[in-house]
Design a protein around this ligand. Structure first.
Ligand code: ATP
Length: 784
C-alpha cells in the first residue's frame, strides 16, 4: 500500500547529518529499564473519553519511573503492590527501599554553563514548557522564567528536571540522567525532527511514524545491521530483528517481537520491515544452492502474503488510510542453521461490522474497491457487476470511494500478482473473489413491510433480481433462500413452524450473512496462505520460530462495546506479559548485582481485571455472557444486572455505569465505560440457519466448504440434525479467550522483544515544525 505522503526525506544516518551525540555512558546499554507510568492507571476517565482515542498495549511503559540516585527501582503504578506469591531469591530483603520522587530542590547544581537551573513545567497547551528557576519563593514555591516568555510561580514538586544538552537526541532514553516524562517527550521530539524515528527505551524500541518514506530500509541498511550487536549500530527495527535472529540461531530459543501502538502508529509497516529483514538475512544463510533457491521463493511468498492480507483485511479509517482491521501473529519457522523453513499466520478479531456499516470518511475493505475498479470485463460479467461502481452498492456507497494517492487498479494488479506468487490457481482466485461480489449484492437486497398494517417483511420491487445474483454467485437455489430469509422455519418442540420476520429482522439476517461470508472467506484465505507457506510441516521437532505480533492497541471511544472489551482484554494480557518479562529481567539483574530491593511483580497488579473478564469461577464477564447467551429469556439488561450483582462492590475494578446500561472496568491504562447494548447477539453472532444449511450444500465447492459446519448430519435413527447443535457452537467470547490463551502460551515460550509505535499527529502527515503540542501521559502522542 502506498505511503500516506509522497515525500522522501534525507538519510538520517548519513555522515553529514548531525549524529545523535553519544553520551559518555552509552558504550554499554543498561540491560533493562523498567518504565511504568504512575499516571497510566490513574487517569481520570473524563480526560480519556474522547472519540477515537486509543492506547497501546504498552501504554504507560514509556513514562518514567521514580528515580533514586540514578538507580531505577521498580515502582508500582498504583502505589502499592502485593508481595505474595513471589519467587524472590532468599538474600533479597523485603524492606521498603523505594523512595519518593526527587524534590526539585535536590537539583545537583546547574545544568548548563550559565549556571541556570532548568526545569520542565506542565502546560495545558504544549504539554511541557522549559524554563529556569529565577527564585525560590519559600513555601515550596519557585518562580520560573519560561522559554515562551512567561514567568510562572509554581509548586516545586510539580516540575521536573531538564537534562543537560549533551543528552539531546540520546539513542537510548535509559541514558538520560533525569528520566521524566517531559525529558522523554523532548528527546523523542528532537530525534523525530532529525528523522531519527527509532529510539531505545531500555529493552524496548520506540518507533515514531515518519508518515513519509525514509531511505533507511535499503539493502545497504540490511547489510549494516546484519550480525551486529546493538552497541555497534543506531536504534532501528532491523537491530531488533537481528537480535532476535541471532538469539534464535545462537541459543536455539524461540523469539517473539511484539509490535504495539495505536491505530496509524506504524505497527504494520514495522512488522513488514521485520519480515523483510528476516527474509533477507535468513535466506542467504542457506548452505545448499538448490535449497537456497527454494527458500528464496519462500521468502518472497512470505513477503507477498501481505498484499493479499491487506486487500481483504485492511481499510481506510479516519486514523489510517491502510488500517489493519484484524490482529495477526506471524510465525516464521527456521531450521537450526537459520534458514527459513516455513511460516504460519494466526489472525484475531476481524472487524466484520465494517462490511455492512461505514463511518463517514472511511471505506469498506480495500478488496471491494479493487474488484470494482480493477477486474477485467470477463470477470465483471461473471460476477454480475459489469458496468457497476462503488455507488451502486449499499455496502460501499456511504464511504469514500478513493484514497488520495492510491490507485485501486494498481493495487488490484499487485493483488493478482501476489496471488500468483503465492501459488493460488486461477480457479481458486475466482472462487475467492466471487464471494466478495456476492457480499456486495447481498447488501442490495432490500425489504419492506408486507402492507401498512402488517409487520411481515416482503421483498422490495427490485430485490428479487439482487437475490437471484446472490444465489447464482453462491451456488444455491433462489426460492428456498428467499423462503429461509422471509419465513424461516424453526423447531418448536417436535414441530417445525414458520416464523414471521419484520423488515428489520430480515435486514439484520442479510447483514449477518454478509459479515459471516466475509469473515469465513477471510479465514479460508489465511488458511490457504498458511498451506502455501507450510514448507516443512510446521512444528518440526528441531525447528524454531520468530513470531511477530501486530495487534490493535488499547481502545477508548466515546462508546465502548464488546469489541473494545475483547481488544482491551488482549492488551491487558500483553501488558501483563511485558511487566512480568521486565520484572524477571530486573530480578535477575538485581540478583547478579546483589542489590537489596523490594519484590513487586507488576504482572500481578493486572490479574484482578483479567480475572474479572475471564474467570469461569467466580463467574467473570465472558462466562456470564456465555451463560446468558444460551438462556432463552436473558436480555442485555438482565445480563448487565447479573454482572452488577456478581461484581459490584466485590472488587474495586468494577462498578455499574453512571449513565445507561453498562459497567466501568479499571484497566491498567484507564477506566473504561462499556455499554452492554447488543452484547448477547454479538456474542452469539447468529446466522440464519435456514440459509447457512443451503450454503453448506452449495453447488460451488468453495462456498460449501466455508459453511461445512452448518450442514445437517444424520443421527443413528436416520433423522437429520444440525451439526452446530452437536457442540461445535462457540460463542465469540469463548473463541477469543481460547485464541488468546494459545497466543499467550506461544509468547511465554519465547524470548520477547518489544516495539512501541507512536503516532506523531492525527493528520496522517509528516512532521511539522511545531513542538509537540500535547503529550498524553500514557501514550506520548504529539498532537500537532
Ligand atoms: N516506518 C515508516 N516509514 C514510512 N511510512 C510509515 C512508516 N510507518 C508508518 N508509515 C505510514 O503510516 C501509515 C500507517 O502505518 P501502519 O498501517 O503501519 O499503522 P498501524 O499501527 O498498523 O495502524 P492500524 O492499527 O490502523 O493498522 C502507513 O500506511 C504509512 O503511510
Amino acid at each position: 500500500m502506498a505511503s500516506n505522503t509522497g515525500q522522501v526525506r534525507n538519510n538520517p544516518f548519513s555522515r553529514n547529518q548531525s549524529p545523535s551525540p553519544v553520551p559518555s555512558s552509552s558504550n554499554v546499554r543498561p540491560k533493562s529499564m523498567v518504565l511504568n507510568s504512575p499516571l497510566a492507571g490513574s487517569q481520570s476517565p473524563t480526560n480519556v473519553h474522547s472519540r477515537h482515542q486509543s492506547y497501546s498495549a504498552l501504554a504507560g511503559v514509556v513514562s518514567p519511573p521514580n528515580q533514586n540516585g540514578g538507580k531505577q527501582f521498580l515502582s508500582n503504578s498504583r502505589g502499592g503492590g502485593s508481595t505474595s506469591n513471589t519467587f524472590a531469591p532468599s538474600f533479597i530483603k523485603t524492606d521498603d527501599v523505594r523512595h519518593a520522587p526527587e524534590p526539585v530542590q535536590g537539583i545537583e547544581g546547574e545544568n548548563d554553563f550559565s549556571g541556570k537551573r532548568y526545569v520542565w513545567l506542565k502546560d495545558p497547551q504544549a504539554a511541557f514548557v522549559k524554563g529556569w528557576i529565577v527564585e525560590e519563593l519559600g513555601d515550596n514555591h519557585i518562580l520560573v522564567q519560561c522559554d515562551d516568555g512567561s514567568q510562572r510561580e509554581v509548586n516545586a514538586d510539580s516540575v521536573d528536571k531538564v537534562n543537560p544538552a549533551k543528552f539531546d537526541k540520546a539513542d537510548d532514553m535509559a541514558e538520560l540522567t533525569h528520566l521524566n516524562e517531559a525529558s522523554v517527550v523532548h528527546n523523542l521530539h528532537m530525534r523525530y525532527q532529525a528523522d531519527l524515528i527509532y529510539t531505545y527505551s531500555g529493552l524496548f524500541l520506540v518507533a515514531i511514524n515518519p508518515y513519509c518514506p525514509l531511505p533507511i530500509y535499503t539493502n545497504e541498511y540490511i547489510n549494516m545491521y546484519r550480525g551486529q550487536g546493538r552497541e555497534e549500530t543506531k536504534p532501528h527495527i532491523y537491530a531488533m530483528a537481528d537480535e532476535a535472529f541471532r538469539n534464535l540461531v545462537d541459543e536455539g530459543e524461540n523469539q517473539s517481537i511484539l509490535v504495539t501502538g495505536e491505530s496509524g502508529a506504524g505497527k504494520t509497516e514495522n512488522t513488514k520491515k521485520v519480515i523483510q529483514y528476516l527474509a533477507a538475512v535468513a535466506h542467504s544463510e542457506s548452505p545448499v544452492k538448490s535449497k537456497s533457491l527454494q527458500h528464496s521463493n519462500l521468502s518472497q511468498q512470505i513477503l507477498r502474503a501481505n498484499p493479499i492480507l491487506e486487500a481483504f483485511g485492511n481499510a481506510q479509517t479516519v486514523r489510517n488510510n491502510n488500517s489493519s482491521r484484524f490482529g495477526k501473529f506471524i510465525r516464521i519457522e527456521f531450521t537450526r542453521t537459520g534458514s527459513i523453513a516455513g511460516a504460519f499466520i494466526d489472525w484475531y478479531l476481524l472487524e466484520k461490522s465494517r462490511v455492512v456499516r461505514l463511518n463517514a470518511h472511511e471505506r469498506n475493505y480495500h478488496i471491494f474497491y479493487q474488484l470494482l475498479k480493477g477486474a477485467d470485463r470477463k470477470m465483471k460479467q461473471d460476477f454480475l457487476i459489469e458496468g457497476q461502481d462503488v455507488e451502486d452498492f449499499a455496502y460501499t456507497r456511504d464511504g469514500h470511494d478513493t484514497i488520495t494517492g492510491v490507485s485501486d487498479r494498481d493495487e488490484w494488479n499487485s493483488l493478482i500478482e501476489a496471488f500468483e506468487v503465492m501459488g493460488f490457481l486461477e480457479k481458486e482466485q475466482v472462487s475467492i473473489l466471487r464471494t466478495v461480489a456476492a457480499v456486495l449484492h447481498l447488501g442490495n437486497i432490500t425489504v419492506m413491510k408486507e402492507s401498512r398494517g402488517a409487520d411481515q417483511a416482503r421483498l422490495a420491487p427490485d430485490a428479487r433480481a439482487h437475490a437471484e445474483r446472490v444465489c447464482k454467485l453462491l451456488g444455491m437455489p433462489v426460492e428456498p433462500f428467499l423462503q429461509g430469509l422471509l419465513h424461516p422455519r424453526v423447531k418448536a418442540g417436535r414441530e417445525w413452524v414458520e416464523k414471521v420476520q419484520t423488515p428489520e429482522q430480515v435486514r439484520l439476517a442479510l447483514d449477518a450473512l454478509a459479515k459471516g461470508i466475509y469473515e469465513r472467506s477471510f479465514g479460508d484465505l489465511v488458511t490457504r496462505i498458511n498451506r502455501q507457506l507450510d514448507r516443512a510441516g510446521m512444528g518440526m521437532d528441531d525447528s524454531h520460530f520468530i513470531g511477530v505480533l501486530d495487534i490493535a492497541g488499547f481502545e477508548i471511544f466515546e462508546e465502548n462495546s464488546f469489541e473494545q472489551l475483547c481488544i482491551n482484554y488482549t492488551n491487558e494480557k500483553l501488558q501483563q506479559f511485558f511487566n512480568h518479562h521486565m520484572f524477571v529481567l530486573e530480578q535477575e539483574e538485581y540478583a547478579r548485582e546483589q542489590i537489596e530491593w523490594k519484590f513487586i511483580d507488576f504482572g500481578h497488579d493486572l490479574q484482578p481485571t483479567i480475572d474479572l473478564i475471564e474467570l469461569p469461577n467466580p463467574i467473570g464477564i465472558f462466562s456470564c455472557l456465555d451463560e446468558d447467551s444460551v438462556m432463552p429469556k436473558a436480555t442485555d439488561k438482565s445480563f448487565t444486572e447479573k454482572l452488577h450483582s456478581l461484581w459490584d462492590r466485590k472488587t474495586p475494578k468494577y462498578r455499574p455505569s453512571r449513565l445507561g446500561q453498562g459497567f466501568m472496568l479499571t484497566h491498567y491504562a484507564a477506566e473504561v465505560e462499556y455499554s452492554t447494548e447488543g452484547w448477547l447477539e454479538k456474542n452469539k453472532d447468529p446466522l440464519n440457519d435456514n440459509v447457512t444449511r443451503l450454503l453448506a450444500t452449495s453447488t460451488d465447492k468453495h462456498v460449501a466448504s466455508l459453511f461445512i459446519d452448518c450442514a445437517d448430519v444424520e443421527d443413528e435413527s436416520g433423522a437429520t440434525r444440525s451439526r452446530v447443535k452437536k457442540g461445535l457452537f462457540r460463542t465469540v467470547a469463548q473463541r477469543h479467550k481460547e485464541q488468546l490463551s494459545s497466543l499467550m502460551a506461544q509468547l511465554h515460550s519465547t524470548h520477547p522483544h518489544f516495539v512501541r509505535c507512536i503516532i506523531p499527529n492525527h493528520k496522517k502527515t509528516t512532521q511539522t515544525t511545531q513542538r509537540p503540542a500535547c503529550a498524553r501521559p500514557a501514550t506520548l502522542q504529539w498532537c500537532a
